[in-house]
Write a protein that binds this ligand. Sequence first.
Ligand SMILES: Cc1ncc(C[n+]2csc(CCOP(=O)(O)OP(=O)(O)O)c2C)c(N)n1
Ligand SMILES: [Mg+2]
Length: 496
Amino acid sequence: MATEIVMPALGLTMTEGTIQVWLKRVGDSVRRDEPLFVVETDKAATEVVSPADGVLLEILAVEGATVPVQQVIAYLMAPGESVVPAAPAPPVLSTVAPPGQGQKAKRANGETPVPPLPRFPVSPTLDPDASSPRLPLGRPEREAGGLGSGAPGDQVTRAAPARAAPVGGSERERLLWMYRTMLRIRSFDERIVLLFAAGKIAGALHSYVGEEAVATGLGAHLRPDDFIVSTHRGHGHLLAKGGQMNRMMAELYGRVDGYCRGKGGSMHITDVSLGILGANGIVGAGITIATGAGTAIQLQGGDQVVACFFGDGAANIGPFHEGINLAATWNLPVIFVCENNLYAQFTPQRLHAKTPDLFGRAPGYGIPGMVVDGNDVLAVAEVTGEAIARARRGEGPSLIEAKTFRWYGHAINNPASNLGRDPAEIERWKRSDPIRRLEQQVLGSGIARQSELEAIRDAVVHELEEAIAFAEASPSPTPEEALQHVYAELPPGAEL
Ligand SMILES: Cc1ncc(C[n+]2csc(CCOP(=O)(O)OP(=O)(O)O)c2C)c(N)n1
Ligand SMILES: [Mg+2]
């Protein structure tokens, strides 16, 4: 039986406390009376020790979360105990309901102390065979060789992308898809650091390493006909939505087989046929684009959803209010996902927002707000699954805040962009590596063997090498096409 770790009452008047830091990570062993976490109250910061020997199984309250006294904040597994898949406690740290809909904060644990690993809920709304009106939105037949199409000369196909999430598949398929997807994202973004240093690729590049669980947990629910709106830090979003590594790499190399024929680079990768409505170098701009796409879905009567990723910095920019307010008012099928990696470029979050909890803005728009450990792919999958199901049912948008961290500086083309960050902070977050966490969960539950995970790792390395070879073999665009693809071309017969 797992031991519950609760927020202790450190004084007679204490009603809630803020987790300042976890001194152990999931998977770490801890001894009774060994310091486990630091709680901050309005009076002091205090180290709290473990009540028992064991292994830290799951953290429900991430650093920065404020929770009431006696609320369960983590589970400890006794030495020698094995993890049993069981009825889950919601991984949501707290949920802020819209005004008039009840509670201020939901307890994270429900009633069961049984550890909630591993699990991946299959929502009935995720049935791929469920009949639903299919929209022409974002699925036009494209001119061969045009932007966002196949390689020059390719015929446009409507087939589901090979890398699409196994929506409706078995739990094992989904978990292994998540493992592979996070590895693909990690490998891609680790390698571009080296390719940039070697002078093979140029331009502004923003690494998603460390944040892989957010795009992956959400992407696991997306159907091929759903949409995403990405950011300047977009490689992970695109790969999780079925983006092809080879065409992304060709784009970074500036070659014609890239998604924008090599003329856009990292921050403009778009493939409308995959539902990828674009990376975007303008911070926050994607939020109103997502609202626009959600409006189109609603007008056309479909049941697709739009997942809109943006950062903590973007949450303080005008389109955040404009986009979310309208989506809420019109009940649009948009999932707004704030990837709070604690920094906007070089600025720590505490210097650009008074509140550390951006999901708490949701009630101001009359929509549900959830916060989740963004380094726990299963927790992300659970929370985003609920929001996606709600959006598909026509019940409107949600705001999800995923607390996470980028391992590298703001931009890898700017070596100075990690300055000012405490190396100890980076190391601490690396101990909460989302890939390692899923690996432990998958192996610990017996869902897959070590050899199977190794085979997935080998396949990802192979895919990456092939992508680099593909990009290097692709020609550069000619000067003659510099002005092509600037404006959309009119369909045959149409006039302005
Ligand atoms: C409208 C706008 N303002 C400023 C910038 C410069 N800029 C690029 S990325 C960035 C920080 C964004 O931070 P956040 O939204 O938290 O995303 P993160 O980089 O952390 O993923 C800024 C200020 C920009 N590209 N667009
Ligand atoms: Mg940020």
